[in-house]
Design a protein around this ligand. Sequence first.
Ligand SMILES: Nc1ncnc2c1ncn2[C@@H]1O[C@H](COP(=O)(O)OP(=O)(O)OP(=O)(O)O)[C@@H](O)[C@H]1O
Length: 304
Amino acid sequence: MRMQQVSKQFGSKQVLKSIDLDLQPGHIVGLVGENGAGKSTLMKAILGLLPINSGTVTVFDQQITLSRHASLDRVGALIEYPSIYPFLSGRKHLHLFAADNTSQARVDEVIAALDMNDYIDRQAKNYSLGMKQKLGIALAVLNQPELVILDEPMNGLDPKATHQVRDLIRNMSQNGATVLISSHILSELEKVIDDIIILDQGHIVRNEPMQTLSNESVDYLVLTTSDDAAAKKVLRDSQLVQSDDLANDPRVIFAKTATDTLAQAITQLTAANIAIYDVAHEHNDLETTLLNVLTADQTEVPHA
Ligand SMILES: Nc1ncnc2c1ncn2[C@@H]1O[C@H](COP(=O)(O)OP(=O)(O)OP(=O)(O)O)[C@@H](O)[C@H]1O
């Protein structure tokens, strides 16, 4: 999938601004950004579900327009809420959406993968939010698409279902599918994605391997001592640690800037007759790292 210089405006509001994007085949790519950043709009643009103002979207070497989208046969998607026929069972939905070459075994496999056997023959109008969501995901992956686009697939799912969806996504990717997935549940997203795209104010501000962003997270050491106030003073005076770290947290906490930071801190504290009862390692989660990226972007010179 390739987007070139894609812009989208709703009235006077510019939602996507000259977006260039290539998805690497077989990769699981996370799309994140604040509410209203344009994630759903970007996904809809890929699927030809809305007219774009300029630029091109190409899926499997075919340009997508509102009227020309044959290559979307190779794409599976769940955008916003799944469309459900209330009086049909989940199984009927799957049969209705199954492509000619999708076997009964594949239908059963998807039902089992998402643990839907208990209710798959009940009318969908009686499904809970999470059951409907799982049916929507099942429909998106049923025909083994080569590109899967999932907008907030973890919405309303319990931890077991979230785990099953993660496994399903990994499985699709291992079989060669490219997956684009948006989510606000960053702790879940980071467990499954290879690459991350951060959208802010209509621009892609990051598009990189997840590992690159993870490497930006800072490791912290948190000490429990016999006298935390005295420990803070010793560490501040030693200039071994940034005094900012110590000032901003009631605990004895500091960034691990070098492999021997901890050893030196222990030596200093021991020399000052302060006992160390515990050392804990903490690190910024994806949420904090993402907030830092967005804050940095929003305080820079405004984008054109
Ligand atoms: N059909 C529409 N008509 C007018 N404005 C729209 C339409 N669809 C989206 N927008 C606006 O475009 C912007 C981006 O919306 P979009 O749904 O793409 O954001 P999002 O990143 O998916 O947000 P969220 O995380 O809240 O789902 C918002 O300001 C929204 O109000």
